[in-house]
Design a protein around this ligand. Structure first.
Ligand code: SF4
Ligand code: SF4
Length: 165
């Protein structure tokens, strides 16, 4: 992964705060209809999967902030929150299966270190069912609950996971 991509992922929370703040101001002070937000969520879902919650949603920002206060339960809370979410999350979650951009594994370079699974709330909480690199398990990145935090991509030491077309 390029240094630039890593920097973007490492700044995700700041990006969420900025875009989430702009979204909130648009809704609250400029009367932007929630229908436009829903349409934006669907279009971004078709292209990128369920990115809205972790990269652009004001409520997602607040929830993530609150969940950070209890680091011991953070993964479990993340899992529950992204399992239920809101109408945008419901629709874009299902689009994870068909989105144009996906998290893709290069089996040739994967060293099976397992770091990716440890970063992911889905494979951490349901290790018998999901894995980002084990071929006999389901890929958590394609499930409804994946919120495209891209932590798995960021942590892979040899760029075996890439978020790409
Ligand atoms: S972190 Fe990368 S190298 Fe390690 S298991 Fe995951 S994909 Fe393979
Ligand atoms: S982007 Fe990766 S680490 Fe984040 S929820 Fe999806 S599969 Fe898990």
């Amino acid at each position: 992964m390029s240094k630039f991509s890593k920097q973007i992922i490492s700044k995700r929370f700041i990006i969420l705060a900025l875009i989430g703040g702009i979204t909130f101001i648009g809704i609250r002070y400029y009367n932007i209809s929630l229908w436009y937000i829903l349409i934006a969520g669907i279009i971004s879902g078709v292209v990128f999967g369920k990115v809205f919650c972790r990269w652009a949603c004001p409520m997602g920002f607040i929830m993530e902030l609150v969940m950070s206060l209890n680091p011991d339960n953070k993964l479990s809370q993340m899992y529950q929150y992204h399992k239920f979410g809101c109408p945008i999350a419901w629709i874009s979650g299902y689009l994870n299966k068909i989105s144009i951009f996906k998290i893709r594994l290069n089996l040739q370079t994967c060293k099976t270190c397992g770091l990716c699974d440890k970063q992911c709330y889905i494979s951490t909480l349901e290790p018998t069912k999901y894995s980002l690199y084990k071929e006999d398990k389901l890929n958590p990145a394609n499930t409804y609950t994946c919120s495209k935090c891209l932590k798995c991509v960021e942590v892979c030491p040899n760029e075996s996971l890439k978020y790409k077309i």
